[in-house]
Design a protein around this ligand. Structure first.
Ligand code: TXA
Ligand code: MG
Length: 315
């Protein structure tokens, strides 16, 4: 298939209306989108990504007014979060509206909903009369794409159009909070800090631990992973153990005699999140056999970065 990388919204609209897939930019990572109300179109997403059917998709909406067309029984806490934090890197799990096909939610009676903060994609969403189901636009289990080129490298020949919205400004996936039950619970650490959420709705439970059970969706132990082995710990100790055939992913220190990418010279967690996945891809593609990395401070976006490092290192 000839893939176009373009900013052509009209072409994106017409492909999506006819049940085709389009890769879309968001502030977190690129998504692989289809009409969320068209089950046949959504099946193509699972096939194209090699994604297991037990892993549900996020439904992207153009604004708060579209939420009650995809979800029902929306609690006050969810409205508060939407009003304060949308558009932005926060997915809210709610009771599913009957219009949403079961394939989208993998048979769950809840649906994850998000309004992305990206001008091109918001314009696209507003121009359509249906929401977009979209997982990250990577083969299942691999590192998520943060540029149109990343999408093209891996799914390029399998989709007709990649909407090019530049590099993602957040760089890690959205935080997922389940507001469908009695206690709001974080299911995935991501681009919205837990602290930010707690300022708005008070204390929340964080249940984003690794598991290999598919029933805790999206929380697969090994995920976001490079192809070569990755080890996370004290870089000096890891160097001592593994010798020189390594690439180093450091937070702010540099290691001059080695292949090294550092995430933020100034120790800025936002910058580190933005650069994380592109850095993992680059190190995965170089000639060394192992990636060694270190954790970053465990607060704010640092918690999401550390979560991705742990999953990338899990095998
Ligand atoms: O930032 C993001 O969230 C990106 C962009 C494209 O929006 N999307 C994304 O999608 O990361 P994906 O499919 O790679 O990850 C979504 C996660 C999945 O692991 C899935 O299990 C979880 O969200 N999820 C979706 N619906 C759910 C539901 N109803 N209950 C619990 N988890 C759900
Ligand atoms: Mg994903």
């Amino acid at each position: 298939m000839d893939t176009r990388i373009a900013t052509d919204l009209l072409e994106a609209q017409s492909l999506l209306k006819s049940g085709k897939l389009v890769a879309i930019p968001t502030e977190t990572v690129y998504g692989l989108a289809a009409n969320a109300l068209n089950a046949d179109a959504v099946i193509h997403i699972f096939e194209t990504k090699n994604r297991p059917h037990f892993d549900p998709l996020i439904v992207h909406v153009s604004g708060l007014d579209q939420v009650d067309t995809v979800a029902s029984h929306i609690p006050e806490s969810a409205y508060k979060l939407m009003e304060e934090l949308w558009p932005g890197p926060l997915t809210i799990v709610l009771q599913k509206h009957e219009r949403i096909p079961h394939i989208v939610t993998s048979g769950l009676d809840t649906v994850g909903v998000r309004m992305p903060n990206h001008a091109l994609t918001l314009e696209l969403l507003r121009s359509l009369n249906f929401p977009l189901a979209a997982p990250s636009a990577n083969p299942f289990g691999y590192i998520s794409p943060t540029s149109a080129q990343h999408v093209a490298e891996q799914l390029g020949d399998r989709i007709p159009l990649i909407l090019d919205g530049g590099e993602c400004t957040i760089g890690v996936e959205s935080t997922i909070i389940d507001c469908s039950g009695d206690t709001p619970t974080i299911l995935r650490l991501g681009g919205t800090a837990v602290e930010t959420i707690e300022e708005i709705i008070g204390p929340v439970q964080v249940n984003a631990i690794s598991t290999s059970s598919p029933q805790a969706p999206g929380m697969l132990h090994s995920h976001y992973a490079p192809r070569k082995p990755m080890l996370v710990g004290n870089i000096h100790e890891l160097l001592h153990e593994h010798g020189s055939d390594v690439s180093i992913l450091s937070f702010k220190d540099s290691f001059h005699n080695f292949r090294n990418i550092r995430l933020s010279e100034t120790g800025d967690l936002h910058e580190a999140a933005r650069k994380l996945f592109a850095a993992m891809r680059k190190l995965d593609a170089d000639q060394h056999s192992i990636i060694i990395a270190e954790f970053v401070p465990d607060y704010g976006l640092g918690r999401a970065i550390n979560d991705r490092l742990k999953r990338a290192a899990a095998k």
